[in-house]
Design a protein around this ligand. Structure first.
Ligand SMILES: [Zn+2]
Length: 201
């Protein structure tokens, strides 16, 4: 994405998670560890967004060290040829990059519309304090799209998550921290409350 993070709509982590899971649903991923995201994006997504296309482009044409980018009106994703090949081979990094760009498509679909309005505010430092940037939002979508709670909750280490779900280790570690079988995870406050009440009875 190239437009500024200042213009994205504020969303909570749980809203973003719900949207990512809903996209998994329309793709029919269920509880698959390593769904075929390339086929889903090329063949299933256009049933819902007829103008959508995954557009392979020459290596190096996207820049900024990125291999894919979301574009709008029509909403599509450009992907460099090597990234496209990587996806076909189930390589973790392009899978994660594509999931991130898909997040921009679904979370920031109207981003460009709001841009001119804000741009017209001249000579004013227009800073909207946000708890989460657009890039963070797309990353949260990506994680919950590729390694959601219901998929990773049975894993007891991040290395297995990375291997089975074909995602970068860093993403697997984050998913494990959030959703894995991890003894360091805090007990849910509601359950703690119930336990405390039972004990005090
Ligand atoms: Zn991005």
């Amino acid at each position: 994405m190239t437009y500024s993070d200042l213009y994205v709509k504020e969303r909570t982590r749980s809203e973003i998670t719900d949207i990512a899971l809903a996209v998994r649903d329309i793709f029919g991923f269920g509880n698959q560890c390593c769904p075929d995201i390339l086929t889903a994006i090329e063949n299933v997504l256009p049933r819902y967004l007829p103008q959508f296309a995954l557009i392979p482009v020459k290596d190096g044409s996207i820049g900024e060290g990125k291999i894919a980018e979301a574009i709008f009106n029509p909403h599509s994703i450009r992907i460099e040829n090597s990234g496209y090949r990587g996806l076909s081979n189930g390589e973790p990094s392009p899978r994660s990059d594509l999931g991130h760009e898909l997040g921009h498509i679904f979370l920031h679909y109207d981003g460009k519309k709001s841009l001119p309005k804000y741009r017209s505010v001249r000579n004013v430092v227009f800073v909207k304090i946000q708890s989460m940037s657009g890039e963070n939002q797309a990353d949260i979508f990506d994680l919950n799209f590729l390694v959601p709670q219901h998929v990773v909750c049975e894993f007891d280490n991040p290395v297995d998550i990375a291997e089975w779900c074909k995602v970068p280790l860093e993403m697997a570690q984050e998913a494990f921290r959030l959703y894995g079988l991890n003894s360091r995870r805090k007990i849910h406050p509601t359950l703690q409350d119930i336990i405390d009440q039972i004990k005090n009875d």
